[in-house]
Design a protein around this ligand. Structure first.
Ligand SMILES: [Zn+2]
Length: 433
């Protein structure tokens, strides 16, 4: 800055230090050769090396990620992970939908394009001179492995299509997920759904997210066993989870993919007006699936989370989306990571929770605070159940944020966890023939 090479401001500083780190980072061919040598010893050794490199090169800005707030909240579905993300902006579901339809013009076309590797960056695109990718074949197509610079959980990785093609949930996607966990048995891999509202933030570039982490959903058991005729070799059941999940498990990954495809096709066309599930309205499709693949010993396991993005007059952001009364905590898309039980909450909550704590401890009035007014109804209800002191308030608020997140997931479930919802879920399962 003193020499006038860069201006002031975080973006210019980030571009410049990425350029410097890029000079120290080994060339792509060297990184790939070392990864392959280690992979021959064990897949875990290869990813350990690559993850360490991604942090050492400052592609993952560990010091920034360390500022995120993280805790666990106990619920009837297990311990949910809660994070308040301080390094990524909150996105508006409607802006995401618009971006998904936008025509790609620039270079690289998007943040997930492989052309980002080594790219100098510009004011509206992060510098990636220090970034390296690991190529691989999934379902016969070219894909690349990288880590997420935001690391929401341990070894949070992204597997991206080498071409800029849109997200699509189909048989090929199931094959890709299962091929990946075949190559890297210590990682899970999942995909966001391919429709706005219930999908992720980038629908325009085919990609998956995985990592070395056991989410609450992976730990949740089967509460109702299912049988699909012709698939007696595939164990199946409904998972005890706030969203609507069918779990498949078999030794043969092809059989898992075949049954997953059958369930997907049935779900795409499925309507049940008694529980407000409509496959389409005015020609616009609503049903899709968020799939997650993992290994269980030698077996392949796949969770199929049934999703529907219908909007109504009462719920303009989505009927199976957190309803308005929960927006004070979370109103963004419920994508893959949330589905699995990890809340990525907006940065504003850090200051708001701190302020709420001060107000509650001092006996102040929440409705007098502009930034905390949106939490007023929630706080009034909490006051009926707790006596707040300077010792307990922070932990109560954190636990109760977890309970709100649990409700967020329940709202996103298409078959509700009551008698009518369970019966409707079983009717759908029976319709898969
Ligand atoms: Zn792209």
């Amino acid at each position: 800055m003193e020499k006038g090479l860069i201006g002031d401001g975080i973006t210019e500083k980030d571009l410049f230090d990425s350029k410097l780190m890029g000079l120290l980072t080994p060339r792509p061919s060297e990184v790939i050769a070392r990864f392959d040598r280690l992979y021959a010893e064990s897949p875990e050794k290869a990813t350990d090396f690559y993850y360490a490199l991604s942090r050492a090169s400052d592609y993952i800005r560990t010091y920034r990620v360390a500022k995120d707030l993280k805790w666990k909240s106990a619920t009837e579905y297990g311990e949910l992970d809660i994070t308040v993300n301080l390094s990524k902006p909150e996105k508006d579901p409607k802006a995401i939908a618009a971006a998904g339809k936008a025509k790609a013009g620039g270079y690289p076309k998007c943040l997930l394009c492989r052309e980002a590797e080594g790219y100098a960056g510009r004011l509206d695109y992060p510098g990636r001179a220090n970034h390296r990718l690991i190529p691989m074949k999934l379902n016969g197509e070219d894909f690349c492995l990288q880590y997420s610079p935001y690391v929401y959980y341990n070894e949070h990785c992204i597997v991206l299509n080498s071409r800029h093609v849109p997200m699509k949930i189909d048989r090929a996607a199931f094959n890709k997920l299962l091929d990946f966990v075949d190559l890297f048995p210590h990682y899970f891999l999942g995909s966001n759904a391919d429709l706005p509202i219930v999908g992720g933030s980038i629908l325009s570039h085919d990609h998956f997210q995985g990592g070395h982490y056991d989410f609450a959903m992976a730990k949740a058991g089967i509460e109702t066993e299912l049988r699909f005729s012709g698939f007696e070799d595939v164990q199946a059941g409904i998972v005890k989870w706030p969203m609507s999940v069918i779990r498949l498990r078999a030794a043969d990954k092809v059989r898992v993919a075949e049954l997953a495809e059958k369930i997907l096709k049935a779900w795409r066309a499925y309507s049940d007006p008694s529980v407000t599930v409509f496959a389409e309205t005015d020609g616009e499709p609503h049903n899709t699936i968020t799939p997650i693949a993992r290994r269980r010993g030698a077996d392949f396991e796949m969770d199929l989370v049934l999703r529907n993005n219908l909007t109504t007059e009462e719920y303009p952001l989505g009927l199976f989306h957190p309803h308005q009364e929960l927006h004070h905590i979370k109103k963004e898309n419920i994508g893959l990571i949330e589905v699995m039980g990890l809340a990525v909450l907006p940065a504003r909550l850090k200051a708001e929770l701190k302020e709420l704590e001060e107000i509650l401890v001092s006996g102040g009035d929440v409705s007098k605070s502009e930034s905390c007014l949106k939490h007023a109804a929630w706080v009034e209800e909490l006051k009926t159940r707790y006596t707040f002191t300077s010792e307990n308030t922070e932990s109560i608020l954190r636990q109760e944020v977890g309970v709100v997140f649990m409700k967020v997931l329940e709202h996103a479930g298409v078959f509700k966890r009551d008698e009518a919802g369970h019966a409707a879920f079983l009717r759908f399962a029976e319709s898969v023939e």
